[in-house]
Write a protein of this length. Structure first.
Length: 174
């Protein structure tokens, strides 16, 4: 019994340390930390990108899907999230059911580099610079002309259309 207790405590300590590490994750790391986009930022993204009910919004690395849920519930858009992490995938899928947007938001457990982005009208990313750099050729190849991309905190290496400095958001158009 004592062995099980010690193992449970050790697992909890590791989980807590990983959460703390995710708060100070180096921005040039190729691995994605567990960062969140809150509702305030989600609304600011939707306003910056002028999201409307006719939009199909993609979020690459959708985490707990706060942005997609906000875009669907408050702005009427359809959403598509791509999340490779199983825990984040389950969390976001449950959240879309609980909040009642499961008919408007689809979450796929997949590597976003393997996902076809050609149907997107808006793409939202909160990803580290190395990942954004690798995504840029994919964006240029797959996204239709006029597709809006919003990046939170980190910028793409292309000319931007508009910035929301207060919320650290940048809007691009392909």
């Amino acid at each position: 019994m004592e062995f099980i207790f010690i193992n449970v405590v050790l697992v909890l300590i590791v989980v807590i340390l990983l959460i703390i590490l995710s708060w100070v994750w180096p921005p040039n790391s190729p691995w994605a930390p567990w960062w969140r986009t809150d509702k305030k930022i989600s609304r600011a993204i939707c306003k910056l990108a002028k999201i409307k009910p006719s939009d199909l919004v993609y979020e690459l690395g959708s985490g707990n899907a706060t942005f997609l849920i906000t875009a669907a519930k408050e702005f009427g858009a359809r959403g598509f999230g791509v999340e490779i992490d199983p825990l984040r995938f389950v969390t976001s899928t449950i959240m879309t059911h609980i909040i009642g947007v499961k008919d408007k938001v689809v979450i796929k457990r997949k590597n976003f580099f393997d996902e076809d982005l050609s149907k997107a009208t808006v793409v939202y990313v909160y990803l580290v610079p190395k990942t954004l750099e690798k995504l840029l050729p994919k964006f240029k190849k797959e996204l239709k002309k006029g597709t809006r991309i919003v990046s939170y905190k980190y910028q793409l290496n292309i000319k931007y259309q508009k910035a929301n400095i207060k919320n650290n958001l940048v809007l691009y158009k392909i």
